[in-house]
Design a protein around this ligand. Structure first.
Ligand SMILES: [Zn+2]
Length: 394
């Protein structure tokens, strides 16, 4: 680790952050839809230097430049095409509806993306939904439920918008001024007595433990663990109802309210993690380098043996994996079940994104799966296609 940084923590405002990992020239967007290989390879890049706040445990890319991000570009982040993900989202939506009796109520989603989760909660609980997201695509949301979406950023101008349930799913990690942003969510929640806030973000503890370099990318400028997320919410005036990991410990899920009468908020299992995060941060750079070397060797060996390698998932993980690895360009194609991504090209390395069916005409020898949670689903797809390549997950 280098000397303490001059920058301040975007979450708690403390100084003395410690930089611990750098990555140069990474694509500034990994979900952007690019129509040609040329445009994909020429996509702008930015730099990343992760810094850890010893005061609150939050991690930020201190080189992040918000001007390099444009969420109004055609952008595809939806995971709704995966049956595994759909099961998780449905269970979660039902749990929120049942826990807080969110039926015939108003749901407000901050950063609703294409509106998939908002639509689900409104359909399952006969609720009325309002979403806000600059990357929303008009005409994409098909529902019989009462759902509308504002195509803009959630900001000081929109804190009067509220709901009985306020959700913010995979949005905070894209926000630079997270401390201010959570205060805005608190203001929104304060306009409706008894409202419940649900927030979900990736769990950085897992990323640190696994040396998971593929889970670090430019759009994610803010990184939380159970401890730092809990601290930020409490500091913003929330009372926590639950705080836990989910989706095979890949996500952090927190439920909170503005009313302290809803039972004790005495801390949750795993929340007291500051020392553990500090330890893992110290060895992360080494762990990530080891993982990078190991995957580079694997790609080299495959190339030397004349094997055809594909990556499964044109996700941010896929983009980060391919652009980080020397030899990432030797991967021939990237497979994705999301039809909006097929026929488009990977930012940075330029591979064409193809449907699983493409593999029939061009069978791979090795399939690298970007998230182990989808292994079963992907193996079933390959079997259905009559293919039996080697399948490995990151
Ligand atoms: Zn901090």
């Amino acid at each position: 680790m280098t000397e303490p940084r001059a920058s301040t923590c975007w979450s708690c405002g403390a100084t003395g952050l410690l930089a611990f990992f750098e990555s140069q020239s990474i694509p500034t967007s990994s979900c952007v839809l690019l129509p040609s290989r040329q445009e994909a390879e020429a996509w702008p890049v930015g730099n990343l230097r992760l810094a850890f706040c010893p005061a609150c445990g939050f991690i930020q890319n201190e080189l992040f430049d918000p001007d390099l991000i444009d969420y109004t570009q055609p952008y595809e982040e939806s995971q709704a095409f995966s049956a595994t993900f759909a099961r998780f989202a449905t269970t979660l939506a039902n749990r929120l509806i049942d826990s807080y009796d969110i039926r015939d109520k108003e749901v407000f989603e901050i950063g609703c993306g294409k509106g998939d989760f908002l639509k689900m909660i409104c359909e399952l609980g006969a609720n009325r939904g309002l979403g806000i997201d600059p990357a929303f695509t008009e005409g994409r949301l098909e529902t019989t439920a009462d759902v509308r979406v504002l195509n803009e950023f959630f900001s000081e101008r929109t804190t009067h918008l509220t709901g009985d349930l306020i959700t913010c799913v995979h949005t905070l990690e894209h926000i630079q001024a997270v401390g201010d942003f959570v205060h805005l969510i608190r203001q929104s929640a304060g306009h409706r007595a008894g409202s419940v806030v649900f927030i979900e973000v990736p769990d950085t503890m897992r990323i640190l433990s696994e040396g998971a370099f593929w889970d670090i990318y430019y759009e994610h400028c803010s990184y939380f663990t159970l401890g730092s997320l809990g601290r930020l919410l409490r500091a913003s005036g929330f009372h926590l109802l639950s705080l836990e990991t989910g989706y095979d410990d890949q996500y952090l899920l927190v439920e909170a309210t503005t009313a302290p009468s809803n039972g004790p908020d005495a801390g949750f299992p795993g929340e007291d993690d500051l020392d553990q995060v500090a330890k893992r941060v110290r060895v992360f750079s080494e762990a990530a380098s080891a993982a990078i070397r190991s995957w580079e060797r694997r790609l080299e060996d495959a190339e030397a043996a004349g094997k055809r390698v594909v990556v499964w998932a044109a996700s941010s993980k896929g983009v980060s994996f391919l652009t980080t690895l020397e030899g990432g360009r030797s991967v021939s194609h990237v497979v994705d079940i999301n039809p909006y991504k097929q026929g488009k090209f990977m930012p940075g390395t330029g591979q064409e994104i193809v449907a699983p069916e493409f593999l029939r005409t061009s069978p791979p020898d090795l399939v690298i799966v970007m998230n182990p949670i989808y292994l079963e689903e992907i193996r079933a797809d390959l079997t259905r296609l009559g293919l039996a390549p080697e399948v490995v997950a990151v």
